[in-house]
Ligand binder design. Structure first.
Ligand code: NDP
Length: 327
């Protein structure tokens, strides 16, 4: 198989295209011929050594394709089935092993690129909006990086639940995309001279002085303080990532001063730990895409061999929606 390996921890140029033997499915696994692999921020953290990994490793964990071989005991899938997944290590490759119980069936009217784009960011948006800080009708919520992969999906899901979304973005094009996804108020946080003071002030102005019920913050280091100061009394700060860098340790007394607020740092694995929960969330997402009520924006497609360029683009802050690798 062709695969993209991270040679060592480092910049995108540690990624190289290699030939490796096709993996044999073990019990409970299937081998999938990958059509598209999804590119995610976590792939860049793992490549760069932000999260501990062994090297070399084949990068990626998400994709979509067709089942080509079954391991012992697999009865839920057949050769030829179209599946997608969020958690199969080594997905930047022409073949990957997926645990059968974690393989998500893809409806006929969802194409391979959209199927590969949805699982990781879609499941994340889903658990954030429905479980971590469930958005209730009438709630004001703030979504940072509202034109990003998670941001566009989360905005649509929050609006579908009756919430009103305030969003931050860094360009005029991103502002348009966030609005098209349903954001009611879009703040150009790149233009604020003093983000920590000005962003909470703009949020309060837009919410009658109250602040928001929840902030969904995947940007992290640069936004955390402003997020905390944008919450309404007893609101929830959901810190789910660090595209600008990780947040340093926080004095818990600040939660008291901010209005008895909650802070949580969730991760997808804990919200899809059982196959039942995983499949329930995924079925809702795929049904919504198939019904045309959830739009998956593919911001850019790269050939598998150009994975390094895809990583550089994602880290450059210049992308919108989802990046996929065409295998
Ligand atoms: P995005 O498509 O949202 O890309 C990241 C965005 O962050 C950029 O487009 C940019 O938007 C914004 N950003 C702000 N500052 C920076 C910076 N210094 N460098 C780069 N980007 C910056 O990525 P994803 O949708 O893939 O992921 C969003 C976040 O969600 C990531 O932090 C990721 O780790 C996290 N995540 C967490 C999961 C979990 O379960 N906890 C699961 C999946 C993702 P703008 O230009 O508008 O500022």
């Amino acid at each position: 198989m062709r695969a993209i390996q991270a040679r060592e921890a480092g910049d995108p140029d540690v990624l190289e295209l290699v030939d490796l033997p096709d993996p044999d499915p073990g019990p409970g696994e299937v081998r999938v011929e990958v059509a598209f692999a999804g590119v995610n921020f976590i792939d860049t953290y793992r490549r760069a050594g932000v999260y501990p990994m062994t090297y070399p490793h084949v990068v990626g964990s998400e994709g979509a394709g067709r089942v080509v071989a079954l391991g012992d005991g697999v009865t839920s899938l057949a050769v030829g089935d179209r599946v997608a997944w969020s958690d199969a290590p080594g997905s930047y490759a022409s073949a990957v092993l997926v645990r059968a119980e974690r393989a998500l069936p893809v409806p006929d009217d969802v194409d391979d690129a959209a199927a590969a784009a949805l699982p990781l960011q879609g499941l994340t948006a889903h658990y954030l909006a429905t479980s971590t800080a469930p958005v209730l009708p009438g709630d004001d919520v703030l979504v940072h990086a509202g034109a990003g992969g998670v941001g566009l999906l989360l905005t649509q899901l929050a609006v579908a639940r009756g919430g009103r979304v305030l969003s931050t973005v860094s360009t005029a094009e991103k502002e348009e995309l966030a609005r098209a996804a349903g954001a009611d108020v879009v703040i150009r946080y790149d233009q604020l001279a003093d983000l920590d003071a000005e962003l909470p002030a703009l949020v309060r102005e837009a919410t009658g002085g109250a602040g928001v019920a929840a902030v969904f913050d995947g940007v992290g280091r640069t936004t955390f303080d402003a997020s905390l100061a944008s919450l309404r009394r007893r609101g929830t700060l959901v810190l789910f990532g660090g595209s600008s860098g990780q947040v340093p340790p926080v004095d818990l007394q600040r939660l008291n001063a901010a209005g008895s607020v909650y802070v949580t740092r969730p991760t997808l694995g804990d919200y899809t730990a059982t196959p039942e929960e995983l499949h329930e969330r995924a079925a809702e997402l795929f049904d919504a895409v198939a019904a045309g009520t959830l739009d998956v924006r593919i911001g850019a497609r790269f050939p598998l061999a150009d994975a390094a360029a895809a990583h550089a683009a994602l880290e450059s802050r210049g992308t919108t929606g989802k990046l996929v690798l065409e295998v």
